[in-house]
Design a binder for this molecule. Structure first.
Ligand SMILES: *Cc1c(COP(=O)(O)O)cnc(C)c1O
Length: 466
């Protein structure tokens, strides 16, 4: 039995004319490897006597081509974010405008003056490409940039208060998704955390009593992803700044999101800006590049020149520095901020946040019919009012009125939850996966972030639902 295996040899399959097309497309090495794997698998199935335990040459080629084709799919790829969360950390946060894409393309495909001073012909500093813009936009004396805001906070703590004490209100000991926790960051940065006040109320006298010769700085952390409401008290920034300065200490604010414009001008809830923080007396302010700012992942530090200089001299700055793609994108985004009047058209994050429920409702009207047709019988598909979130811990309690598509299993009762789960799986299995959210017995697709309607509709026929 052992020498009558019903399988062609690897070489035989590799020499078939049909296989030459596969080899030309995927390369010889991967093709050989895959033919081997296909034949091994078939042989193993044959040995245990399972059905279909034989494989002809043609089948081997087809199977091989299928496997190679499937492996062509990149792991990191686009999806439709119909979760209603505009800055979704797990879905890549902010999207780039064309200006930023072009800037990235340029530095990727051509040499650049990344660290080269064109005036002197000598080595330059990569931060200069964004520092002047950041100074203009925030009014700060100096600025520097690193890999993300977590890195910015870490670096600032280490550079300015390593081996010293850092005083923070108990109401601000935040945890951001992905295990960024103020106490842990503090420990890793080599600082000793001194918590003052209580969860809901902290007073100036709590800070004053904690200051000693061991104090390195006073820190305020923006409670970006939660709100403390009710009987509360926090110390105004001006007062904390005054107290810090009386003792010759820096006052540092981690703003979290931080945007460079007043969002209320577009009817959005106001989020504190670095300009306001600096005007209130902060010596150093840190914020993210890819939250409300709408740019690349980056951490931005603005403030006093002497503090920024100390940060830039810290060896960790080199370990946390930005790469040229990010710098190019960040510069392009910051340039857009010089013209706030056109920002809502040009910056995708702001464009999506400012979309009106009426406009989104019109999109629902266009996308609904093909979905209704496809899902007829098994599901009811209808327009629904829903609310979007800004996301990434920005303005956690604020909601934006939006419109979406609610899809409910036609049959109520037992199995309804499973049917919904299956539906969500089917949407995620589309060529461009669609991510919605399950809410009150429906799969809700919030269309606020749907810009490529045609691309979405073109996929509906592929939806594998029973
Ligand atoms: C989001 C956030 C961070 C972390 O910023 P990343 O850019 O995601 O690293 C730090 N502090 C606060 C207050 C935040 O909201």
């Amino acid at each position: 039995m052992s020498n009558q295996s019903p399988f062609p040899s690897v070489d035989r399959v590799l020499n078939l004319p049909a296989m030459q097309v596969v080899i030309a497309r995927f390369g010889r090495a991967r093709s050989v490897e895959t033919v081997r794997a296909v034949l091994d698998e078939a042989r193993a199935a044959w040995r245990v006597g399972s059905a279909g335990g034989s494989l002809c040459e043609e089948e081997a080629v087809v199977r091989c081509a299928e496997l190679l084709e499937a492996s062509e799919q990149p792991s990191l790829r686009p999806v439709f974010n119909l979760t209603g969360t505009v800055l979704h950390t797990n879905l890549g946060r902010a999207l780039f405008p064309a200006e930023a894409v072009q800037a990235v393309m340029d530095v990727l495909t051509k040499p650049s003056n990344l660290e080269f001073d064109l005036d002197s012909g000598r080595r330059g500093d990569r931060d200069v490409h964004v520092e002047e813009l950041l100074r203009q936009l925030t009014g700060a004396e100096a600025a520097t940039v690193v890999n993300n805001n977590a890195a910015a906070v870490f670096l600032a703590l280490n550079a300015l208060a390593g081996r010293k004490e850092v005083i923070v209100s108990r109401g601000e000991l935040i945890e951001i998704g992905g295990s960024f926790r103020i106490p842990d960051i503090m420990a890793r940065a080599g600082c000793r955390l001194i918590e003052v006040g209580t969860t809901n109320r902290t007073h100036l006298r709590d800070f004053a009593a904690a200051i000693s010769t061991k104090t390195g700085l006073l820190l305020k952390v923006h409670t970006s992803n939660y709100a403390i409401v009710g009987f509360t008290a926090a110390v105004p920034e001006q007062e904390l700044a005054r107290l810090a300065h009386e003792h010759g200490l820096p006052f540092v604010i981690d703003l979290g999101s931080g945007t460079l414009v007043d969002l209320s001008r577009w009817g959005l809830p106001a989020e504190p800006t670095p300009q306001q923080a600096l005007a209130a007396g902060a010596d150093l302010v840190s914020f993210s590049g890819d939250k409300l700012l709408g740019g690349p992942q980056a951490g931005i530090l603005v403030g006093r020149r002497d503090l920024i200089d100390r940060i830039k001299k810290n060896p960790l700055k080199r370990a946390l520095r930005l790469d040229k793609m990010t710098l190019a994108a960040l510069e392009a985004i910051l340039r857009l901020y010089r013209d706030p009047d056109r920002l809502a058209q040009r910056l995708p994050t702001l464009r999506l946040l400012t979309r009106t429920a009426e406009d989104i409702g019109l999109a629902v009207g266009r996308v609904l019919p093909p979905l209704q047709e496809k899902l007829a019988g098994s599901y009811s598909v209808s327009l629904c009012a829903c609310s979007s979130q800004i996301g990434s811990g920005s303005l956690p309690v604020e909601r934006l009125a939006s419109r979406g598509i609610a899809i409910r299993p036609a049959r109520k009762g037992r199995g309804e939850g499973t049917a919904l789960e299956k539906l969500a799986v089917a949407f995620r299995a589309l060529p461009i996966p669609v991510i919605g959210r399950i809410e009150e017995g429906a799969l809700v697709l919030d269309l606020r972030c749907l810009e490529d309607e045609a691309g979405f509709v073109a996929q509906v026929t592929h939806l594998a639902v029973s």
